[in-house]
Design a protein around this ligand. Structure first.
Ligand code: ZN
Length: 185
């Protein structure tokens, strides 16, 4: 029976060095519980966002995720670090390793949920999707940009009233557009 303790989590990843796929971790904090047992709080940005300056923070011990604040819709590294530090000073979660990764179906559903939340309401305008839009999801999603793009391509085929794509204005690649809700009569 003892063996099951080891087989439950076959590839143990160290949260003190773990980088969620598709991200760059720029700072790590250990929470108030202490240097050995406390949970890690990450400050990170998506690979593709480094220059755009969108940062987020997430606690690996609890459900705390932040990609914006009361005052800011976009976090700089400094603002994200401030939130991470404040969370680390109050969080009492134990270090429980790296959060479990969803399977591909669950991950695609997370992409869809995020897009759904971006869907403009009470307006006829579109939302142009940026990979930055997924910054708060990275720790739970654990997928790179290619997975997110692939999931979006599939949505343009399965739900064309919801998500469409068009060629990028630069001529390379495509961009995705979340369609507004249809007008209510
Ligand atoms: Zn926490």
């Amino acid at each position: 029976m003892a063996l099951s303790l080891f087989t439950r989590r076959p590839a143990v990843q160290d949260p003190t060095t773990w980088t969620p796929p598709g991200t760059i971790v720029v700072q790590r904090y250990r929470n108030i519980v202490g240097p050995a047992e406390g949970a890690i709080v990450l400050v990170y940005t998506a690979d593709s966002d480094r220059r755009s300056g969108y940062f987020a923070t997430a606690c690996l011990g609890c459900t705390y995720r932040a990609a914006s604040s009361d005052r800011l819709s976009r976090l700089t590294e400094k603002a994200a670090a401030h939130l991470a530090n404040a969370h680390a000073a109050s969080c009492r979660a134990m270090n429980c390793g790296v959060p479990a990764a969803p399977d591909d179906t669950e991950a695609a559903q997370m992409v869809r949920s995020r897009l759904w939340g971006l869907r403009p309401d009470c307006t006829t305008s579109l939302h142009y999707v940026h990979l930055t839009d997924f910054r708060a999801d990275r720790v739970d999603l654990q997928r790179d940009d290619d997975f997110i793009k692939h999931a979006m391509v599939q949505l343009t085929q399965s739900e064309p009233h919801f998500l469409t794509s068009q060629p990028n204005s630069s001529g390379t690649g495509i961009r995705f557009l979340v369609q507004p809700h249809p007008p209510r009569n």
